[in-house]
Design a protein around this ligand. Sequence first.
Ligand code: PGA
Length: 269
Amino acid sequence: MKSMTVVGNWKMHTTPQEARILLRDILRGLTHLREIHGSGPWPRVLVAPPFTSLAACQETLRDDEFAETVWAVHLAGQDVFWEAEGAYTGAISAPMLLASGCRAVVVGHSERRRIFRETDEEAVLKARAALQAGLDVFFCVGEGEDQREAGETFAVLRRQLEPLWERLPAGAQGKLAIAYEPVWAIGTGRAARPEDAEEAAQFIREDARRHGWEGDLPVLYGGSVTPENAGSFFRLPSIHGALVGGASLKAASFLGILEAAWKAAEGSL
Ligand code: PGA
């Protein structure tokens, strides 16, 4: 049995009203899954709505109608700035995320790196600030297609992770997970081959150990995860869940992935 985590990254989707409906549908589905799987080990479930929908989600998670399942779902931010407050137009800080009901934050997503030109160093500053503030961090790494074809996957992962290991604050154990997301697999419908994901996850865990990480480091896979292929990743010894984009925007597909995680957690996959 292994502990499993599934994070739904809603990206720039959902108005507050849409977020409320989606989250309610997920909670309703979880009630049903709970009936099937009983009180066995639950996967850890997080959703990362846009900042503007956090309040609506926080309200939904207080709804008595879902009292049986709300405790199992947590909110995450999609990004965070490293300063706590100040003249940083458009930025959101870790204390603000915490005050908006978030337990965790996604840091260094490849869309942030690629489209918003975020550097390896900036991603690490964000992770560090979030961990110090008490948030859990899902730190994203992954190679581009050209880099994979050139055999540079491990070099890229090492480069993205090196500054993280160097600057991790004390107390990060148990609060940090790495999301291995090959850039070419995100939103393309072309998921990585499970054996490649396993190899990358093993590399990441070894790299962490080489840098003094003690204990377990969960690694999630991300990139075109669907209810159909989720099990092939969750079965792998070094993969502890998934960061899900597109398939997290429909309750039915997200729940299908959660069900696979549930089976992996209880050892029945
Ligand atoms: P995808 O996105 O599931 O739509 O490929 C994954 C992600 O960006 O985290």
